[in-house]
Write a protein that binds this ligand. Structure first.
Ligand code: TYM
Length: 344
């Protein structure tokens, strides 16, 4: 069977990009899975700590994320869902993997380079200076590899922005297998990325960058708790272009194409197919239909989230059961790992 693992940071209510790029796929995989497949979904609090977090808000987000996952249809009877920070195996394995990962590889990660660029801009300097960045940011992808490898996962459903992290996870798995596994057997499988057709949803305000939780402009993203009128006003103000008619052309028309990608994902069609149906229509008509489709998509989960977010006792129970299952599974891996590296 397949072992499917994925994670999401508890840094606020998920947005349309998180949903179309990853979360909807978690639900889909859960539907399609057969009895031999394992599904494991983690809320990765330790990863969130690499950026400054307000402790009260982090705690709230941590539980809201669990409520969100339940609201979109992740079923704790079918999938293991848990808080990463409840399972110490992740940090233990991360430490071990840190010790076989060259710093040079981590410096080449685009996420690291983006943080460097951010700090350069913030301090208005052109110098490459990493001395002020925290060490957690550099080893972030190693902790991610540990998340995946602790369960010896075979498949990882994530958006396109995680491709490089997945490549590194495979590198690290291979390097562990080569270094420590007797007969160089594949103790750690090399995890395969699973992505959706809408693996990169773009910002509504700047269609040259991805939709992200960290953008200061809240108009740039639609979050799962937005009301119908918030959704429609954000879509209406989405940046497009002044070319007449509708066509799907991600390079020349990123804004319009992003709307077509979103609509296609909601309707489970191809963007090109949707584009041809709108060829002679206006951007206004397209936007109004996109807003309706997103509202139809989020309507049910939003109501379910509102119901679940205050059910703290239930959420605590789900997290406790999930952590227990997760620990059982990863402890099996760790017993072998400890013995292979000589810490036994
Ligand atoms: P995070 O929390 O930033 O995002 C969660 C998921 O949403 C996807 N995503 C997008 N997909 C399409 N378009 C977008 N604009 C968009 N923005 C985000 C992400 O690709 C991701 O799948 N490092 C991970 C969390 C993580 C993880 C793991 C994932 C930690 N350990 C182990 C998989 C396996 C992250 O920051 O995701």
């Amino acid at each position: 069977g397949r072992i499917i693992f994925s994670g999401i940071q508890p840094t606020g209510i998920p947005h349309l990009g998180n949903y179309l790029g990853a979360l909807s796929n978690w639900v889909q995989l859960q539907k399609e899975a057969n009895v031999n497949d394992k599904l494991i979904f983690s809320i990765v609090g330790w990863h969130a700590l690499t950026l400054p977090q307000n402790p009260n808000e982090l705690s709230q987000s941590r539980w809201e994320m669990l409520a969100t996952l339940l609201a979109i249809g992740i079923d704790p009877k079918r999938s293991v869902m848990f808080h990463q920070d409840d399972n110490q195996c992740h940090t233990e394995l991360a430490w071990i993997l840190n010790c076989i990962t060259p710093v040079g590889k981590l410096r080449r990660m685009t996420t690291w380079k983006a943080r460097l660029a951010d700090s350069r801009n913030a301090n208005s300097t052109s110098e490459i200076d990493e001395s002020m960045l925290n060490a957690g940011l550099l080893i972030y992808p190693v902790l991610q590899a540990a998340d995946i490898l602790a369960y010896r996962a075979t498949h990882v459903p994530v958006g396109e922005d995680q491709t490089q992290h997945l490549e590194l996870s495979r590198d690290i798995a291979q390097s562990f297998n080569r270094t420590f596994v007797p007969g160089k057997k594949r103790f750690f499988p090399l995890p395969t990325q699973l992505s959706t057709p809408s693996k990169r949803v773009l910002s509504l305000r700047d269609p040259t960058s991805k939709m992200s939780k960290s953008s200061p402009d809240v108009q740039s993203r639609i979050i799962l708790t937005d009301s119908a009128s918030q959704i429609s006003s954000k879509i209406r103000s989405a940046v497009t272009d002044s070319i007449k008619g509708i066509s799907y052309d991600p390079v020349q028309r990123p804004g319009v194409s992003n709307l077509l990608t979103i609509l296609a994902a909601c309707l489970q069609k191809e963007p090109e197919e949707v584009a041809s149906a709108y060829a002679s229509k206006s951007t206004g008509e397209l936007k109004s239909d996109v807003a309706d489709a997103v509202e139809a998509l989020f309507n049910g989960p939003r109501a379910e989230f509102e119901r679940l977010r205050s059910e703290k006792a239930y959420l605590v129970q789900v997290a406790k059961d999930g952590a227990e299952r997760a620990k059982e599974l990863s402890e099996e891996t760790m017993m072998s790992v400890r013995s292979m590296i000589g810490l036994h």
